[in-house]
Design a protein around this ligand. Structure first.
Ligand code: COA
Length: 426
């Protein structure tokens, strides 16, 4: 098997989560990803939420697999020269610095094009051009400004952020798609281009159904929302809808056997219209098949609370896995609420490479999420993340072709870390 992005070299100037998820994916598709990190400290996540003293954190190791690390002070004159040399031999520069940071470093888009007209400059920023373009942004800020928080949670509660990192990892995914598309276009044009994935835009893209509902709201109540059946009037903005499903098939999270002591003994149950009659049989309400109050999807909308209360009486008599097994026999869509413990212990996810255990020289074995996108002609085993600066000399020698004298010169300048002279003085 091959490597889909074999021959593509990425200059990975990313940190924290959004950018690193993007470049990690590219590495899993076979690109050579060179992570540039500040000498001495590196990506800030190396030390964040540490669980093993002096070892790179899981935060870092789980976002930086299959990369090589070079330390480089890009504010040092010699460091800038090395970065220029790297830009010349790379296909893509990926960065997610605060707005303007790359320009302040001296690497404007114009300058990058002068150095390498084929370079693709791919950036994550919090916002696109507009009133907030200069703002720094983290995950939850993006969830709030992209429409996710105002539409997540229960109507009578606070806006909620989700556990899924749709702002960071979600934007990384969007950026990765932009990068491979720009690489494809470059095949025809010979030119690089700028790729921007703004976190607000990426979250909004994932909240598309809520933009749909905002427009539907101007034409009448959202009948599939629970509050319609409860007789609660709608305001002028899409409300939070608890666990109502976002599509046209009503769904809820229902208690299962053991819910009193297990916080995850629940099942998502969807009353999909084509299997309504089977649902009635399973839960023991055969008359609902013909009763005009329940027989059609439209008739059921005002009665959703009553319907789900009845279904829940059935799910509470079964564990979430028993319920799923029974419902699957009738093609009734449902899903158990799986805890992270259940997921990380699921052998089938290891069998597909979605979960992988890797060895790390400092922290020992750890579990990471592997490539979620499976290509039939792409074989890149998941490897551990690099230690800080682990590949500095290797990259200077093999990627840039520096000889021993030039490497010594770079080291002496302090560009890749403390120079021997400065070290001696400290
Ligand atoms: N050598 C020398 N300087 C370096 C360097 C290197 N190898 N790598 C980074 N730096 C410098 C930058 O040039 C910048 O300097 P400047 O402010 O003097 O221009 C400085 O380090 C800090 O970079 P910055 O991006 O501002 O980091 P921060 O920790 O202050 O902010 C974020 C972090 C995430 C808020 C910010 O980077 C951001 O908004 N990024 C875009 C959105 C994003 O990706 N957010 C999600 C992150 S998961």
């Amino acid at each position: 098997m091959g490597k889909a992005l074999d021959g593509v070299r990425i200059l990975d100037f990313t940190h924290v989560q959004s950018g690193p998820t993007c470049t990690q994916l590219l590495a899993w598709f076979g690109a050579d990803v060179i992570k540039v990190e500040r000498p001495g400290e590196g990506d800030v996540t190396r030390t964040q939420l540490r669980d093993v003293p002096n070892a790179d954190s899981l935060y870092f190791t789980m976002l930086n697999s299959n990369k090589r690390s070079i330390t480089l002070d890009t504010k040092n004159a010699e460091g800038k020269k090395v970065l220029e040399d790297l830009v010349k031999v790379c296909d893509v520069l990926v960065e997610n610095f605060a707005p303007g940071a790359l320009d302040r470093m001296g690497f404007t888009w114009e300058r990058l094009q002068e150095i390498n007209p084929r370079i693709i400059l791919a950036s994550v920023k919090g916002f696109g051009p507009g009133p907030f373009e200069d703002c720094k942004v983290y995950e939850n800020v993006a969830q709030c400004t992209g429409g996710a928080a105002s539409t997540t949670g229960f109507r009578d509660g606070l806006p909620m952020v989700t556990g899924a990192q749709i702002g960071d990892s979600g934007t990384g995914l969007h950026l990765a798609l932009g990068i491979v598309t720009a690489l494809y276009q470059r095949e025809h044009t010979g030119r690089g281009q700028k790729v921007l994935a703004a976190m607000q835009d990426s979250v909004l893209n994932l909240c598309r159904v809520k933009v749909r509902d905002q427009q539907r709201l101007s034409r009448g109540p959202l009948r599939e929302y629970s509050q319609f059946g409860e007789g609660v009037p709608f305001g002028d903005a899409v409300p939070r809808a608890g666990n109502d499903s976002g599509g046209g098939q009503p769904g809820r999270i229902l208690k299962c056997k053991g819910w009193e002591h297990d916080p995850n003994a629940y099942l998502y149950f969807i009353t999909q219209a084509p299997v309504w009659e089977k649902i009635c049989d399973v839960i023991g309400e055969p008359t609902w098949k013909t009763d005009p109050n329940y027989a059609t999807a439209a008739a059921r909308l005002p009665h959703l609370n009553e319907i789900f209360t009845r279904i829940e009486a059935w799910t509470m008599a079964h564990t979430k896995f028993e319920a799923m097994e029974i419902l699957n026999q009738y093609d009734i869509p449902c899903g158990p609420i799986l805890s992270m413990k259940e997921i990380i212990e699921d052998d089938s996810l290891y069998a597909t490479g979605t979960l992988v255990e890797v060895e790390h020289p400092v922290r020992g074995a750890y579990v990471t999420v592997g490539n979620p996108i499976k290509l039939s002609d792409n074989d890149v085993p998941v490897e551990r993340s690099p230690l800080l600066g682990e590949h500095t000399e290797e990259i200077l020698a093999t990627v840039l072709g520096f000889d021993a004298d030039r490497i010594a010169e770079v080291k002496h300048s302090g560009a890749v870390g403390l120079s021997p002279v400065r070290q001696a003085a400290e």
